[in-house]
Design a protein around this ligand. Structure first.
Ligand code: BV8
Length: 235
């Protein structure tokens, strides 16, 4: 199949060289705070101020002008523009670096730091400021219902049907900058292998590395542009 449709799964590693922390590296987010305290519905019910504080700090970090899309993000946009078949980026990341790089065909399966959701009316609003339990919903005006538009553990990731359809149709699956620890994202490669070519681009071997036909290890800003160039040269 000369030009298969492509599904690209990205994780925190693709944003690391833009200055955003990953989760499970030695200097990662989960090294300083526990998932159970800040990234589950029970954590939010127990201590909403603490959870809001965790995401407010990350939202502020993302607003730092030094944090910009890097060469890996830009290479994926070039691939989407020049590849003669559909290219879908499914990101686990909640940062907006793929969006700001210009990726059009993009699914944030774990939600977005730059959006807030009202639990009282379900409205989703672009949000770049701090959130608190006193924040009034711009849609319904009520307070006490605003939460980060983020998928916590034990919550269903977003747009899973669309992701499943794209996985079923793809001929090439590329996993970039993810440790392969979090499901269902970490299970995508098992769904497609044997039917699609599978490639891992990561700094080091991931938990699922043996499931891939090919693994190229190195920093995303080096291995991703190199891989995209190889694909487009052979297109
Ligand atoms: C679900 C929130 C089911 C946003 C995240 C018990 C009960 C319920 C569920 C479970 C359970 N046990 C297990 C589960 C499933 C659970 C899960 O997988 N747990 C794990 C820990 C075992 N999953 C869930 O709960 C999911 N939901 O299953 O729902 C369901 C079914 C029916 C009905 C209802 C529900 C929800 C998962 C989403 C959780 N939310 N984040 C936020 O705060 O950010 S997950 C979190 O991990 C982030 O989203 C992150 O994206 C994701 C994955 O991490 P990575 O991106 O891979 O980052 P990591 O640091 O791990 O790795 C970085 C990699 O980059 C490394 O390999 C490193 O080498 C590499 N790297 C570093 N630098 C570079 C680099 N690569 C290239 N270049 C570099 N420069």
């Amino acid at each position: 199949m000369p030009h298969p449709s492509i599904v690209i799964l990205t994780g925190a590693g693709i944003s690391r060289e833009s200055g955003l922390a990953t989760f499970r590296d030695a200097d990662g987010i989960w090294a300083t705070v526990r998932i159970e305290d800040v990234a589950t519905p029970r954590a939010f019910a127990r201590d909403p101020a603490r959870v809001h504080g965790f995401y407010n700090a990350r939202r502020r970090a993302l607003a730092d002008p030094a944090v910009q899309p890097n060469a890996a993000h830009h290479a994926l946009v070039e691939l989407e523009r020049r590849w003669p078949a559909p290219v879908l980026v499914v990101t686990q990341n909640v940062d907006d670096l793929h969006d700001r790089a210009g990726q059009r065909n993009l699914i944030h399966m774990h939600g977005e730091l730059a959006r807030a959701r009202c639990r009282l009316c379900d409205a989703v609003t672009e949000w770049r400021e701090d959130l608190s339990t006193d924040t009034a919903c711009p849609a319904c005006g009520r307070t006490g219902g605003m939460r980060p538009h983020i998928v916590w553990f034990e919550e269903m990731p977003m747009q899973m049907e669309a992701i499943g359809a794209a996985l079923d149709a793809c001929g090439l699956f590329v996993s970039i900058g993810t440790s392969g620890n979090v499901y269902p994202a970490a299970g995508f490669v098992a769904e497609v292998r044997g039917r699609a070519r599978t490639v891992e681009l990561n700094l080091e071997r991931s938990a699922g590395t043996t499931m891939f036909d090919e693994a190229i290890h190195g920093p995303a800003t080096v291995v991703v542009p190199g891989f995209v160039r190889r694909l487009l040269d052979a297109a």
